[in-house]
Ligand binder design. Structure first.
Ligand SMILES: [Mg+2]
Length: 268
C-alpha cells in the first residue's frame, strides 16, 4: 500500500469502527481530531437505514465525537442522491422503511410519496412491515416501478441472535416479482462514489476503514478505493486469512492506524 500520507480523504464505517453498540471504540475521537488537524476530509458511510444523519451525529456527540451530519452518508441519503441525479423534481416514490429512509427521501420535498403510480419503489428495513405494504410494493414493481434496495444485509445481530434485515425484505419482494433490486449500499460501489462526490474528493486518494470483509472491503474495492480494515468489529484475523477478498491494509484498531499514519508523516 502507498504511504498513508498519500490519502486526503477518509471514509469510515460506523458500527465496529467508531463504536460498538453504544460504546465508543478506542481512538475514534482522536482519529477524527487528527483528520481535522491535518486537513483530511472525512465522511461516515453506513448501510444502516433506520436513523437519520442528524440522529447519527447526536449519537456520536453523546460519545464526545463531534461530527457534522452533512458528512454522515447512510444508504437512504445515498439512495435519494442517486435517484435525484436521474429524475426530475416531483417524481413519485413508494417507500417501505423507517424514519431514516422516509426523512432522507421526502424531507426536502423533491420526491412525492405515492402508492398509485410511482417511478420508484424504495425498500429499507421496516420493523413494522406488513403483508399489505409488501403486497403494494409487489404490485407497483410488477407495474414497472424501478425497484431500489437501500442495503442488502439479510440479517442483523441482536442480543437475542440474528434477526431479519433489509435484505430479507428485498428477498421476499424479489421472489414475488422476479425483479432484482438495484442496491445502493455496501458491498456495491454506489454509496462510496456518492460519498466522494459529496466531499468533492479523488477516489484514488481515498482510504476507507471498515470492520467487515463482505461489505466494507468488498465495496471499497468495487469502488476503486483503498480498503483498510480494523479488527474491532465482528471479523477476526483468522477470518481475513481465510477470505478470498483481502483488505489493502489491516489494523488491530484505530490507535494502530493513527500510529501508522503519524509514522508515515514523520518519514516525509
Ligand atoms: Mg461495521
Amino acid at each position: 500500500m502507498k504511504p498513508l500520507t498519500s490519502y486526503n480523504t477518509l471514509l469510515l464505517d460506523m458500527d465496529g469502527v467508531l463504536y460498538r453498540g453504544h460504546e465508543r471504540l478506542e481512538g475514534a475521537d482522536r482519529l477524527i481530531a487528527f483528520c481535522r488537524t491535518h486537513g483530511i476530509q472525512t465522511a461516515c458511510i453506513t448501510n444502516n437505514a433506520t436513523m437519520t444523519p442528524q440522529q447519527f451525529a447526536e449519537k456520536l456527540a453523546g460519545m464526545h465525537i463531534e461530527f457534522p451530519a452533512e458528512h454522515i452518508i447512510n444508504s437512504p441519503v445515498a439512495a435519494q442522491r442517486w435517484m435525484k441525479a436521474r429524475s426530475p423534481h416531483g417524481t413519485k416514490v413508494f417507500a417501505i422503511g423507517m424514519n431514516g429512509l422516509r426523512t432522507a427521501l421526502f424531507a426536502d420535498g423533491y420526491f412525492v410519496e405515492d402508492d398509485v403510480a410511482p417511478a420508484y419503489v424504495v425498500v429499507g428495513l421496516d420493523t413494522e412491515v406488513t403483508y399489505a405494504k409488501l403486497r403494494k410494493a409487489c404490485l407497483l414493481i410488477r407495474a414497472g416501478a424501478t425497484f431500489i434496495g437501500t442495503n442488502p444485509d439479510v440479517s442483523l445481530p441482536m442480543p437475542e441472535g440474528l434477526v431479519p434485515g433489509a435484505g430479507s425484505l428485498l428477498a421476499f419482494l424479489k421472489a414475488a416479482t422476479d425483479v432484482e433490486p438495484f442496491i445502493i449500499g455496501k458491498p456495491g460501489p454506489t454509496m462510496f462514489h456518492i460519498a466522494t462526490e459529496i466531499l468533492q474528493s479523488d477516489p484514488t486518494k481515498t482510504l476507507t476503514i471498515g470492520d467487515r470483509i463482505d461489505t466494507d472491503v468488498a465495496g471499497a474495492l468495487a469502488a476503486g478505493m483503498t480498503a483498510g480494515m480494523v479488527l474491532t468489529g465482528v471479523v477476526t484475523r483468522a477470518d481475513v486469512d481465510a477470505s478470498p477478498i483481502k483488505p489493502d491494509a489491516l489494523y488491530a484498531d484505530l490507535p494502530e492506524l493513527l500510529e501508522a499514519w503519524q509514522r508515515d508523516m514523520q518519514k516525509k
